[in-house]
Ligand binder design. Structure first.
Ligand SMILES: C[S@@+](CC[C@H](N)C(=O)[O-])C[C@H]1O[C@@H](n2cnc3c(N)ncnc32)[C@H](O)[C@@H]1O
Length: 252
C-alpha cells in the first residue's frame, strides 16, 4: 500500500482495492462528498471570498435520489473496511444530504458521536429573498469501535473562545469558521476559484489535530483541491487521498 499518495480515480475503485488500501489501516477519514445539490448556475459577481461566485453546478454533483443513496452507502461501507477499530470518520454535509449520510453510517454499523454545525461567518446572501440565508453546514463525526482518539486538551487549545477570566474552554459542537477566502483560496490561471467547494484549513486543522496523532494515516476519498492531504502533511500525518477530476488538486 502506497502512503502519501493522491489517486486520480473514482473513489470506489481505490476503496475496493485491498492492495491500494489495506483493511483496518486508516486512523482518520475526512470525507467531503458531492452534496447532490447542483442544479442551476445562479451567480454573484464580485463577492469577497474568491471573486465571482458560481453556485455549485458540477456533473459530479448530479444524481437521482436513489443513485445518491446507493452511492453514499457504497463508499461509507468501503470506508468501514479500511478504518482502524479505534478510527474516526468525519463526513461533511448540508441539509440537502444529511439524511443519506446518517442513514449510510447507521446501515453500516457506525456510531455517531457528534454532528458538528459549521457556522459560516461570511455566508453568501440569499438571492431569492424567499427563505432564510443558509449559513451552516454539518460535519458528522462517527466511530467504528471504542477507544477513539479524542485529543481533549488540544481541542481546548484550538477553541478561540475563552472564559471571562481567560481560561480555555471545552470545544463545543458549533464551530464558527469563515468560508475559505483571501490568499487561502486557490485560483486558476484566469483568477477563478480553482475549486467551488474548497474547505477552510481551520476546519481540517481541528479535525486532524483533535482526532489523530502524529504519524497516523489520514484518508480523503473526495480530495477536491487537496485541503486534507495538505493539512495532514503540515501536521506530520501521512495521507492517502482520491480525486476523480484532473487538474484541481493543488501541488505541494
Ligand atoms: C465537495 S468536493 C471536495 C472539496 C475538498 N474538500 C476541498 O477542500 O477542495 C467533492 C469532490 O469529490 C470529487 N468526486 C465526486 N465524485 C467522486 C468519486 N466517485 N470519486 C472520487 N472523487 C469524486 C469531485 O470531483 C469534487 O472535487
Amino acid at each position: 500500500m502506497q502512503i502519501n499518495k493522491i489517486y486520480n480515480d473514482d473513489c470506489l475503485n481505490v476503496l475496493n482495492d485491498k492492495n491500494k488500501i489495506e483493511d483496518n489501516s486508516i486512523q482518520l477519514i475526512f470525507a467531503d462528498p458531492p452534496y447532490n445539490l447542483s442544479g442551476n448556475g445562479l451567480k454573484l459577481v464580485g463577492n469577497k471570498t474568491g471573486g465571482d461566485y458560481f453556485m455549485v453546478n458540477e456533473e459530479w454533483d448530479k444524481m437521482s435520489f436513489e443513485e445518491y443513496k446507493d452511492f453514499t452507502n457504497k463508499w461509507i461501507k468501503a470506508c468501514k473496511r479500511i478504518l482502524k477499530e479505534n478510527g474516526s470518520i468525519f463526513i461533511c454535509c448540508s441539509y440537502h444530504n444529511i439524511g443519506e449520510c446518517t442513514m449510510g453510517l447507521k446501515e453500516n454499523g457506525f456510531k455517531i458521536n457528534n454532528i458538528i454545525t459549521w457556522q459560516k461567518t461570511n455566508a453568501m446572501p440569499n438571492l431569492t429573498r424567499r427563505v432564510l440565508t443558509h449559513s451552516t453546514e454539518f460535519i458528522i463525526w462517527a466511530v467504528k469501535g471504542k477507544n477513539w482518539i479524542f485529543n481533549y486538551e488540544i481541542l481546548k487549545e484550538l477553541n478561540p473562545e475563552r472564559t471571562k477570566d481567560g481560561r480555555k474552554k471545552q470545544l463545543r459542537d458549533v464551530w464558527q469558521i469563515p468560508l475559505c477566502q483571501g490568499k487561502e483560496r486557490l485560483k486558476d490561471e484566469n483568477g477563478k476559484a480553482l475549486h467551488p467547494t474548497q474547505k477552510p484549513e481551520e476546519l481540517l486543522k481541528r479535525i486532524i489535530l483533535g482526532f489523530s496523532n502524529e504519524g497516523d494515516i489520514v484518508f480523503d476519498p473526495f480530495a477536491g483541491s487537496g485541503t486534507t492531504p495538505y493539512v495532514a502533511k503540515k501536521y506530520n500525518r501521512k495521507f492517502i487521498a482520491i480525486e476523480k477530476e484532473k487538474n484541481i488538486i493543488r501541488l505541494f
